[in-house]
Design a protein around this ligand. Structure first.
Ligand SMILES: C[S@@+](CC[C@H](N)C(=O)[O-])C[C@H]1O[C@@H](n2cnc3c(N)ncnc32)[C@H](O)[C@@H]1O
Length: 359
């Protein structure tokens, strides 16, 4: 400890180690995303030690790139290396979190958000200086990655875990009701339900044409005549008593006008209707998020995507870290008289708000 300047050198050195650790982890995150996109984790899973030539051959990739990637994977503690045989192996315990076969536990899917966010750094730096936002069009792979993420975090547990959080909804879906998904993206949740509940009708609204067109094509190919997707800006959403169930999967906080959309949802529900919203778990107060294992990721993805895409629309920029306290306040202001907050054991990243209103 330096008495005069009261610098704690142990703390200073420990912080340097932490910064180096962050730099390495950030680099590994990029390489995990590459491993997912190139199919390397999938092709290595279940194989014994093999040379970089064989790893590349089995994945139909260029050996020089694969060897450098393997260097990052070995030194990053993801792949094992046997110097004698110069063999690389992905342990089964790691494959359990990194392969398509491991879905919905494939963490490599979420890792793709890191390079996606890096793409917009220049535009974000400009926004720090001048305000404004970065539009959806600046994120070329956003809907693709989001749909993959949603397949794992929402679609895989929709009928087994998520819908049962709202009492009676499964029975009503079987009987036949009208369902709307706001900010539906590529529509995977509605497509899954349209197949599971043929007596019910499913509509998805989303701002982005590319996502909505893809959803309609998938519905057509699958012969799902009870699912339709419409490009629509949900700002000033106002449809009187038209739906029995409205869902919002990770799509409130990045709206231009989330309060307006919530009020519109309350108005669009028929008597006895239910609004089920999945949104990022956490508090509205930064000090209460310090112990959350994913808070830095949430604030980062918010600043570099959720908040800025709202600001780009001239919106309020609520952001992904809006938190439970503010969510409950806004849901009450929108007209919901009862809101139950559910949590699922397998999904520590989200809360599930089940909202109803007095008739
Ligand atoms: C985080 S994504 C979630 C997508 C989808 N629900 C899922 O779970 O994959 C948020 C969605 O809200 C949509 N969105 C944002 N602003 C909107 C607006 N003003 N009107 C309609 N949709 C909007 C985006 O296009 C995007 O698809």
């Amino acid at each position: 400890m330096c008495q005069a300047c009261s610098i704690n050198y142990d703390q200073q050195n420990a912080f340097a180690e932490r910064m180096v650790d962050i730099m390495n982890s950030a680099a590994i995150a990029l390489m995990v995303s590459v491993g997912h996109r190139t199919g390397l984790f999938d092709s290595m899973a279940g194989r014994a030690h093999e040379t970089s030539m064989d790893v590349a051959k089995h994945a139909s990739l260029n050996e020089r790139y694969v060897r450098e990637w393997l260097g990052a994977m070995v030194t990053g503690g993801i792949v094992e290396y046997d110097p004698e045989s110069q063999g690389y192996r992905l342990p089964a315990e790691h494959a359990a979190w990194l392969t398509r076969a491991a879905a919905p536990d494939n963490i490599a899917v979420s890792m793709q958000f890191i390079p996606m966010l890096g793409n917009v750094e220049d535009e974000i730096v400009e926004c720090f200086k001048n305000g404004g936002g970065v539009p959806y069009t600046s994120y070329p792979r956003f809907h693709e990655i989001m749909a993959e993420e949603s397949d794992q975090s929402v679609v895989s547990g929709l009928t087994e875990h998520i819908l049962p959080l709202a009492d009676g909804v499964m029975d009503r879906l079987n009987s036949g009701i009208d369902v709307l998904d706001v900010g539906c993206g590529c529509g995977h949740a509605m497509l899954e339900l349209a197949e599971a509940f043929p007596n019910s009708s499913f509509t998805g609204y989303d701002l982005c044409k590319e996502a909505v067109d893809g959803a309609n094509n998938t519905a057509k190919k699958a012969g799902l005549s009870n699912a339709r997707f419409v490009q629509r800006d949900l700002t000033a959403f106002n449809e009187s008593a038209s739906f029995d169930l409205i869902t919002a999967f990770d799509s409130i906080h990045d709206q231009k006008d989330p309060a307006g959309m919530l009020a519109g949802i309350a108005g669009a529900l028929r008597e006895g209707g239910v609004f089920l919203a999945q949104d990022i778990a956490g508090s509205s107060y930064v000090d209460q998020n310090i112990d959350s294992p994913v808070a830095p990721f949430v604030y980062t993805i918010s600043c570099l995507h959720c908040m800025t895409v709202s600001l780009a629309q001239g919106g309020v920029g609520l952001g992904a870290a809006w938190g439970k306290e503010l969510a409950l306040e806004m849901m009450a202001e929108a007209g919901f008289t009862s809101v139950n907050v559910g949590e699922l054991e397998h999904d520590f990243l989200n809360y599930f708000y089940v909202c109803t209103k007095d008739s």
